[in-house]
Design a protein around this ligand. Structure first.
Ligand SMILES: *[C@@H]1O[C@H](CO)[C@@H](O)[C@H](O)[C@H]1NC(C)=O
Ligand SMILES: *[C@@H]1O[C@H](CO)[C@@H](O)[C@H](O)[C@H]1NC(C)=O
Ligand SMILES: *[C@@H]1O[C@H](CO)[C@@H](O)[C@H](O)[C@H]1NC(C)=O
Length: 569
C-alpha cells in the first residue's frame, strides 16, 4: 500500500533565516487514487502548518526583512483555510506569531472578530518586538479593565461620585479616562491610541464613547469586558457641547483660579482639541498630572496624537522608556493592539485584497490627501506624485517610443493601491501606464477602492470603507502618503514601515524635492504645547530631548523618532 502512495515531500531549507519551501509530488497522483492515498495526502498537508509552527517558535526573536517576506508569502493559504474552517486554529496552534509577538491576549472568540488573529496572514511580519514590560503592562491593564469595566461593582461605586456631585469623599478603587468620539476616523484612531497610553501611564481604565459608529468599526480590544462607555453614563449628553469654556473644563477652572490644593472634583473635562488655550495645555505639566491623579473621572476630547508630549512629562519618562525602548514603535504596537476591524470591515478588506492585490509581486500604496481648495485633480499634485514615484524608483519609467511594445521579459507585476477622495490621480496614473510601456517590462496595475469626493465625518458606510482602505494601505510593501494625512499616519504605523512623505505643496506648485522618506513611522502631533512647565516660559519643545523632534511634514509639529534618527536634520 505504502509503496503506491504518492509521496509528498516537504523540504524546509533554512538559510540565513530565510525559509524556502517546496512541496513536490514525487509520483503523480493517479486520478483513481485510493482513499488511503487521499488520507495520506491530507495528513501531509495538515502536518505542514504544525512543522512550520515549531520552526517559527525556534527562530522567533530573530527576524530579517527576507524572513518577513517569506512569512508573508507562506501564511495566507494556511490561515485562509482556517477562516473557512478547514483547519481549525487549534491545529495551527496559538503561536506567538498569531498573537503579534505576545501583543494580543489569547482566548478571544475568533468568529466574532476574524481580523484579530487573521490579519497576521496578510501583513508582513513586524520587525519590531514589543518589550516584555509592555506585554506585562498590557496584561495587567486587561486585569484592571476586567475589574473596573462597565457595570462592575467598582464602576458602579465610582459612578456614584458623579451623581453625588462635585466633591469626592474618599479615593476610589478605579479611575477612568473617557474618550469622546470626535473628528474624522484617522484622527480618532490617533487620539484613542494616545488616550490608551495615558491610561496605561496613570492606571486609569479607558472607556470609549461609541459616537455614531465606533462599535460598527472596531472589535472589542480587551478580553471579557467591553471598552464601550455604557449608554446610561450620566453625562454623555454633555459631550458634544464640551469646549474650553465649559464649567467643568480643567483649563477653564485653572484660568478662573477655581482649582485649589483642596479641590477634589469627581470629574473634569480635558480640552485637548487643536484650538486649546495655554491653560488647557497645562495638562502636559508634572504638577498638573499630580493634581489630576485624585480625579476619578477624566473626560477627554481631542483630535490630536498627543503622545510625543507625554514623552516630555518627567514623571512619565522612566515608565515610557521601559514600555518603549524603541521610541518610534508606540503607535505601531498600540495601534495593532487596539484596532481590529469588525467582520463587516474585514470582509471589505480581504475581498479587495484577494481580488486586486494578493497576486502581485509587489504592492505599493499611494495615499493622496490634498488640503488646497478647489476642484482636483491638481496638475501640480499629479506632477509631484509622479516625480516622487519615479525618483524613489517605486514606479518604473515609461518608454516614449511610438511603437513601444516591450518584449515579454521580467514580467514582474506591481499593484498600486491609490486612495484619495478624488479619482483623478488614479485615472491619470493608470492612463499613463496604459498608453505607454514601462522601460523595465514590469506590469503595473492601479486600483482605487473608493472616491467619495469629500470627507464625511460620521457616516457609517463611508467610515467602514475608509477604515478598510487604511488597513489595505497598511498591507502594502511600500507607502507614499501626503503630508498632514492622519489616514497615512495610521497606515504606516500599522504597517510598521516608514512611508515616503509627499511634501505639502506651497503656492500651488509641485515642491522640489517632491518627497522624502519619513524619519520615523510615528504620527505627527499637529498642535503641541511650547511651554516649559518648570521655567514657566515658552520653549521649543522639539529641541528638549533627542527622541522628540519636529515633523518632516509640519515644521511646528512633534513626533517621536528612533535612536538612528537623533542626529539627522
Ligand atoms: C451595577 O449597576 C447596574 C445598573 O446600573 C446593575 O445592572 C449591575 O448589576 C450593577 N453591578 C453590580 C456588580 O452590582
Ligand atoms: C496627467 O496629468 C498631467 C498633469 O495634470 C497631464 O499633463 C497629463 O496629460 C495627464 N495624463 C493623462 C494620461 O491623463
Ligand atoms: C507664489 O506665487 C506668486 C505668483 O506666481 C508669486 O508672485 C509669489 O512670489 C509666490 N510665493 C511664494 C512664497 O513662492
Amino acid at each position: 500500500m505504502l509503496k503506491q502512495s504518492p509521496t509528498i515531500c516537504i523540504f524546509f531549507f533554512l538559510h540565513q533565516q530565510t525559509i524556502h519551501w517546496f512541496t513536490c509530488t514525487c509520483n503523480y497522483i493517479n486520478k483513481q487514487a485510493t482513499l488511503t492515498n487521499m488520507k495520506f495526502l491530507a495528513a501531509s498537508l495538515l502536518a505542514f502548518p504544525l512543522v512550520f509552527t515549531v520552526w517559527f517558535i525556534f527562530r522567533h526573536p530573530i527576524t530579517t526583512d527576507r524572513a518577513e517576506f517569506a512569512q508573508a508569502r507562506v501564511f495566507p493559504s494556511a490561515n485562509i483555510q482556517s477562516v473557512s474552517g478547514d483547519i481549525s486554529s487549534q491545529e495551527i496552534g496559538m503561536t506567538q506569531h498569531k498573537l503579534l509577538g505576545g501583543l494580543l491576549a489569547p482566548g478571544f472568540d475568533e468568529k466574532s472578530c476574524l481580523s484579530r488573529y487573521h490579519s497576521v496572514s496578510y501583513r508582513k511580519m513586524s520587525r519590531y518586538m514589543p518589550s516584555s514590560h509592555l506585554l506585562s503592562k498590557l496584561r495587567s491593564y486587561e486585569d484592571l479593565h476586567r475589574q473596573c469595566g462597565p457595570h462592575t461593582k467598582s464602576y458602579n461605586e465610582t459612578l456614584k461620585q458623579i451623581k453625588a456631585g462635585n466633591t469626592v469623599a474618599s479615593s476610589t478603587e478605579c479611575n477612568y479616562i473617557v474618550w469622546i468620539s470626535f473628528s474624522g476616523l484617522g484622527n480618532r484612531m490617533l487620539t484613542l491610541a494616545s488616550a490608551f497610553l495615558y491610561a496605561l501611564l496613570t492606571n486609569r481604565v479607558l472607556l470609549v464613547d461609541r459616537g455614531k459608529d465606533m462599535a460598527d468599526l472596531f472589535c472589542e480590544p480587551f478580553p471579557d469586558m467591553s471598552w464601550l462607555l455604557p449608554l446610561d453614563f450620566p453625562i454623555t449628553n454633555q459631550f458634544e457641547s464640551f469646549n474650553q469654556n465649559s464649567p467643568s473644563c480643567y483649563g477653564k477652572m485653572l484660568k478662573n483660579n477655581i482649582i485649589t490644593k483642596e479641590s477634589k472634583p469627581s470629574f473634569l473635562y480635558l480640552h485637548l482639541v487643536h484650538d486649546y488655550q495655554d491653560h488647557d495645555k497645562m495638562f502636559f505639566c508634572d504638577q498638573d498630572q499630580t493634581f489630576l491623579k485624585r480625579v476619578p473621572w477624566l473626560i477627554m476630547k481631542t483630535n490630536n496624537y498627543f503622545v510625543p508630549s507625554l514623552f516630555l512629562i518627567l514623571s512619565f519618562e522612566k515608565e515610557l522608556s521601559k514600555l518603549f525602548p524603541e521610541k518610534e514603535t508606540v503607535f505601531h504596537h498600540l495601534g495593532r493592539y487596539l484596532f481590529h476591524p469588525t467582520n463587516q470591515v474585514w470582509g471589505l478588506i480581504i475581498r479587495y485584497y484577494q481580488a486586486y492585490l494578493a497576486k502581485a509581486d509587489e504592492r505599493i500604496g499611494i495615499q493622496v490627501r490634498v488640503f488646497d481648495t478647489g476642484k482636483g485633480p491638481f496638475p501640480y499634485v499629479m506632477d509631484q506624485i509622479v516625480a516622487c514615484a519615479l525618483n524613489s524608483k517605486l514606479l518604473p519609467k515609461l518608454s516614449m517610443k511610438e511603437s513601444g511594445i516591450t518584449p515579454l521579459r521580467n514580467q514582474r507585476s506591481k499593484a498600486i493601491l491609490v486612495t484619495s477622495l478624488d479619482s483623478g490621480y488614479y485615472e491619470n496614473l493608470s492612463n499613463m501606464y496604459w498608453e505607454h510601456p514601462t522601460v523595465t517590462g514590469e506590469v503595473i496595475s492601479f486600483f482605487q477602492p473608493s472616491h467619495e469626493e469629500y470627507q464625511q465625518t460620521e457616516k457609517k458606510n463611508h467610515n467602514r470603507k475608509a477604515w478598510a482602505e487604511m488597513f489595505l494601505l497598511s498591507l502594502t510593501d511600500v507607502l507614499v502618503t501626503s503630508s498632514w494625512s492622519t489616514f497615512g499616519y495610521v497606515a504606516q504605523g500599522l504597517a510598521g514601515s516608514k512611508a515616503w512623505i509627499l511634501y505639502k505643496p506651497e503656492n500651488r506648485s509641485a515642491p522640489n524635492p517632491p518627497c522624502r522618506i519619513a524619519m520615523s513611522m510615528e504620527p505627527c502631533f499637529h498642535a503641541p504645547p511650547f511651554y516649559d512647565c518648570k521655567a514657566k516660559k515658552g520653549i521649543d519643545t522639539g529641541l528638549v530631548v533627542p527622541h522628540v523632534r519636529h515633523c518632516e511634514d509640519m515644521s511646528w509639529g512633534l513626533k517621536l523618532v528612533g535612536a538612528d534618527n537623533h542626529l539627522q536634520q
